[in-house]
Design a binder for this molecule. Structure first.
Ligand SMILES: Cc1ncc(COP(=O)(O)O)c(C=O)c1O
Length: 508
């Protein structure tokens, strides 16, 4: 198998993206796009290099993925993305966990086409439509029954971060409290000041201002906040939360809500033990603190259950949902127990809350995942990938930890020459992680980094990944890690031969 990214014109090989490559080939014949160029604004071909150059000078310094992956995708199908340079990549980023069915799944395309052909309005604020009605039914059918019974849904601005804001405001309004409990390593979005800048008093008035966030320890077995690790570390994390909340001198003003991820994604793919989640539910319920579970990344089968809360069986007071629920188009909602619905009309409004196409694509995705048992398949495939990665860790000491749930997997890279801490964890090696990401890209594999030190390789393949693609992903990943690690140890042995200079995150 060639380890280089596969040129689009190459005949199908056994590299694992054969099926997708075939489909791409068909799409290519229809589109007639030459590997070397993509259509420019005026229809003239623009080379991928020119597009990348213009992006570098025209887009903001805050661009992120574009820095890690200097490619210009022109076509995609399933797990395979084809760049303007004709190379094909297996996409283990999946739009940061958005593409449950991969790129351009036929069921999603058909739902979009059907909606377009129907003449339905594409933008409708929050008016009632058949598409919204159907999406809401599909979503409620998919949610845990004891949560969905009597739940309410609010359609938010089309990003996870807006749904997080909505959930927090909902609970602030319901409880009359301002602060929130959140966890180390948590990622809930990027908006912060939008509401503070808003002048509409009617919207702001019900919200106590200046809410403080109390940061609590998340059970991270490998880098345990208590230096203990495993279940014992998770038990301590739960005990700490309970005692802190009950300590009259603990400094915690009763909060409006606790918010958590059942598996932290951006935090480095850290799954919380089910027992710890049940403890968080008990502790919050006993103290009248609403529990918000952020399933923006974990939802729609990603962790091996339709919703990650199903593993522990907890019933939250609110769930924040986005990414995969829109079937690759932007959509975000908060679903919550109806007794919290103390909002006034317009309490959380926004222009783009009625994306008809996203609702149609989302309903189709939710039903496809359920009908084809893709959550169950994610569990099985995830176990298999984890076992193989753990085997690899036994051979490559740069792999400090392999963890995850379903098809949300993380491989933490460490410096094998450094001293381990009390739990046996060595320091993270973000430089090596960047070199592995680069080596993956050169081998036709898109893998992004995450975690506290950006040293965790994150695997988020579509739930439709084939066995052949699993093998290809693992082969390419293993080869990339081994190659980058070998370069590092060669550099350590000889001060003259140095690996690629460790660029700052995102540096070009
Ligand atoms: C758990 C979680 N919550 C919220 C968000 C924010 O979503 P968005 O980027 O759509 O605003 C993300 C994004 O990665 C996420 O992973």
């Amino acid at each position: 198998m060639s380890l280089a990214a596969v040129p689009a014109q190459a005949p199908a090989s056994s590299s694992g993206d054969v099926g997708a490559a075939g489909a791409l080939g068909a799409a290519g014949a229809v589109g007639g796009v030459e590997a070397a160029g993509v259509a420019g604004a005026a229809g003239a071909p623009a080379s991928g290099e020119a597009i990348l150059r213009r992006q570098r000078v025209r887009e903001s310094a805050a661009r992120t993925y574009a820095r890690s992956f200097p490619i210009v995708p022109v076509r995609a199908h399933g797990m395979t993305v084809e760049g303007a340079d004709g190379r094909r990549y297996l996409d283990c980023l999946s739009g940061a966990g958005t593409l449950a069915l991969g790129h351009n799944h036929p069921v999603v395309l058909e739902a979009i086409r059907r909606t377009l052909d129907s003449g339905a309005p594409l933008h409708l604020l929050d008016l009632a439509t058949a598409e919204k009605d159907d999406f809401t039914s599909a979503l409620f059918e998919s949610l845990p029954a004891d949560f969905a019974a009597g739940a309410r849904i609010h359609f938010c601005g089309p990003a996870g971060t807006d749904a997080v804001e909505a959930a927090l405001k909902l609970m602030q309004t319901a409880t009359g409290r301002s602060g929130a409990l959140a966890f180390t390593g948590a990622y809930h979005g990027m908006t912060a000041g939008a509401l503070a800048l808003t002048g509409n008093v009617a919207v702001k008035e019900p919200l106590p201002s200046g809410g403080e966030v109390v940061r609590l320890p998340y059970p991270y077995g490998y880098r345990c906040p208590f230096g203990v690790g495993g279940e014992a570390g998770a038990d301590l994390a739960a005990t700490y939360v309970e005692r802190l909340l009950d300590d009259p001198s603990g400094g915690v003003v009763p909060p409006a809500a606790m918010i958590l991820e059942a598996v932290q994604g951006e935090g480095g793919v850290v799954p919380a033990p089910d027992g710890w989640l049940r403890e968080m539910r008990r502790i919050t319920a006993e103290r009248g603190i609403p529990l918000i579970v952020d399933e923006v990344q974990t939802g729609v089968g990603r962790t091996g259950a339709m919703w990650a809360v199903e593993h522990s069986g907890i019933v939250p007071d609110a769930m924040v949902l986005s990414k995969a629920i829109g079937g690759s188009l932007p959509l975000a909602v908060v679903v919550y127990r109806e007794d919290y619905d103390g909002w006034r009309p317009g309490a959380h409004t926004g222009t783009f809350r009625g994306n008809t196409l996203a609702m149609a694509a989302g309903a189709a995705t939710l039903r496809y995942v359920a009908a084809h048992g893709l959550a169950e398949r994610a569990a099985v495939v995830g176990e298999r990938m984890t076992a193989r990665l753990r085997g690899l860790a036994a051979e490559l000491p740069v792999i400090g930890d392999v963890r995850g749930r379903g098809l949300m997997l993380g491989v933490e890279l460490v410096d094998p020459a450094a001293e381990p801490d009390a739990c046996g964890a060595r320091p993270a090696d973000p430089g090596l992680a960047r070199r592995v990401r680069e080596a993956c890209l050169a081998r036709g594999l898109i893998v992004e980094l995450g975690g506290r030190h950006d040293a965790v390789l994150r695997l988020l393949p579509p739930l439709t990944i084939t066995d052949e693609q699993v093998a290809a992903v693992l082969d390419r990943l293993a080869d990339a890690i081994a190659a980058a690690a070998a370069l590092d140890s060669a550099a350590a042995a000889s001060p003259v031969a140095s690996p690629a200079a460790p660029a700052a995150r995102g540096a070009e």
